[in-house]
Ligand binder design. Sequence first.
Ligand code: CP
Length: 325
Amino acid sequence: STASSDPNLLVGASQGDRLQHQSVLSVSQFTRTELHALFGVAQEMRQMVNRMGMLDLLRGRVLALVFYEPSTRTACSFAAAMQRLGGTVIQMTDVQTSSVSKGESLTDTVRTMASYADIVVLRHPEAGAAERAARALPKTPLINAGDGTGEHPTQALLDVFTIREELGTVNGLVITFVGDLRHGRTVHSLARLLALYQVRINYVSPRELSMPSEVLEDVASRGVEQREYTNLDDCIAETDVLYMTRLQRERFADPNSYERFHSSYVITPRILTRAKDTMIVMHPLPRVNEIAPEVDSDPRAVYFRQMEYGMYVRMALLAMVLGRS
Ligand code: CP
């Protein structure tokens, strides 16, 4: 069944007013108050989906997916989020069968899609592409669904939501990022967003794939303690949130260097014997070989719930950006 709902009535929506009709390009746009307003609405969305399946909140509204790079979770969870809110979805998710293959520019493409839709969700291989596209759309909000090695802000929002849902709080935690921290845009956004909290962050990577200095500097400027390691053994015992990442094969210019790092860090049940019983294992997914399938049945593995939370967070974001415009 469906229900008519006024987004004004959703918990905390009034504190997220600044999101109304705004593009979402970077986590740096968010304050803690706005995050908690969003998370309150996401919790409401979760309850309403479980109770009713879908709502009428965005009936008559259209979302445009514009994806120049592959995606399963981000594209489909945005589509599901819009449909569960009563809206509809159009998509340009295959550059080969769209006019991009004829040489149409990014800005002309998003202008086209925005003329059919109320909101545009963009994934693109170039850092800064989302900001460039948003400037071409003075009337239509745009959500950055990942821009090259730049940011993936809605992934970071769902990641912090996951930590709160699973552990009850973010403050006081030790979060350990593992893997390709140089190319992984999810960790760039998440480290910056976590800097709104009192946390300690560990980075575990091969030296060649370490966290970019501009991210380290941003996080340090917020007073967050950060430590860099090459060996996970040196910090797994103190970790509360183990955030695994995939080697970003598509960002390596030299395939040989990809092969060199391919199996640098693989989480197995044996490695988890050294971790806290309360630790959680997260991953933005897709995984390649960073987490052995035997870990999936460990109660500390939360990555499948993490991707489900993504739909509730994206429902909340769409409701708050479009809800009362
Ligand atoms: N986490 C994430 O962005 O997954 P997709 O690439 O499948 O969208």
